[in-house]
Design a protein around this ligand. Structure first.
Ligand SMILES: [Zn+2]
Length: 309
């Protein structure tokens, strides 16, 4: 090989490594996110089987969350307590992963949350209701490690969202209620610019509700992000009221929004109010799509970017 070809070879190598370096650092937070990664995590979590508190699948999910947070350099915190429930005393574990924490005591905070528990129902694996929300946050952790924000971003996996006998009184929303009150007591409410709850967002036939009780200003930013990405047809085409973890944060004065697809399968007479697959053992991976996870994930992360300016 002559010295000329060696130099040429070296130049080619440099170009290739520069292209690789460019690819390794996406231009923005939402571009760092992968719907495919979220889908893979959904399959992994659903594969753990039933995930109600104390079950083997529940413990495997906790391990996976902590492992992904650790890999991505998050500050990991737990919110652990015992709750009195219709099933007696239950140990409850919310998991929090914090990104971009600075020493500034006034640094704004945005929370992206979803529940990781499933219904206490034999044979229920909740691919959409439980696994998709757990998984999208895991894929957010991967994205947040690649792209920094000025605001502090918390990923919160809530526990015992599902009611045991329904959502009467204190049944259901147990983890989120405890965490919201704890943050209120710590004086953090004024710093939290938004609580975004993701629930049942893996539905193949995606249509995110305009949830009635949610903060309109946050829905407006989500709509702006969706329009910018060409996804507006998937958001806010119908209005409904949903009892979900966002209520716990609304109750303590945090602007909060439920990003929820409230029509899962066929609707109407003879079906559950949230669709035929809601809280049914037919909530399985064949009802979930990579594309839906891509649409919701990119839209929510662009929403965060719009708030970060
Ligand atoms: Zn549910």
């Amino acid at each position: 090989m002559s010295s000329f070809t060696r130099r040429a070879g070296c130049a080619v190598l440099c170009v290739l490594s520069c292209v690789a370096a460019l690819r390794a650092v996406p231009a923005s937070l939402h571009e760092s996110y992968s719907g495919q990664a979220a889908y893979n995590y959904t399959a992994q979590v659903a594969g753990f089987g039933e995930r109600f508190p104390g079950s083997p699948g529940y413990l495997k999910t906790q391990e996976l969350i902590k492992q992904v947070l650790k890999k991505n350099g998050a500050v990991i915190e737990g919110d652990d307590f015992t709750a009195k429930t219709p099933k007696g005393e239950l140990a409850v574990h919310n998991i929090i992963g914090k990104f971009n924490v600075t020493p500034d005591p006034k640094q704004p905070i945005v929370i992206l949350a979803g529940h990781y528990d499933t219904l206490f129902q034999p044979g229920f694996i909740g691919a959409n209701d439980g696994a998709s929300s757990t998984a999208i946050l895991l894929a957010f952790a991967d994205a947040l490690a690649q792209h920094k924000t000025k605001m502090q971003i918390w990923l919160v996996w809530t526990d015992l969202e599902e009611g045991i006998n329904g959502f009467e009184g204190d049944d259901g929303l147990v983890g989120s209620r405890h965490l919201a009150k704890k943050l209120q007591a710590a004086g953090l409410v004024p710093r939290i610019k938004g609580f975004f709850l993701l629930d049942m967002i893996g539905d193949k036939d995606l249509s995110v509700a305009r949830e009635k009780g949610s903060t309109r200003a946050l829905q407006a930013i989500i709509a702006q992000a969706a329009t910018q990405l060409g996804y507006s047809q998937y958001f806010f085409q119908y209005t409904t009221g949903i009892i979900d973890d966002h209520q716990s944060f609304l109750d303590v004065g945090v602007p909060s929004v439920d990003v929820v697809d409230a029509e899962f399968g066929r609707m109407g007479q003879g079906f559950d109010g949230m669709g035929e697959f809601h809280h049914a053992n037919t909530d399985t991976m064949d009802k979930v799509s990579k594309q839906s996870l891509e649409i919701v994930g990119k839209t929510i992360l662009l929403t965060v970017e719009l708030m970060d300016k």
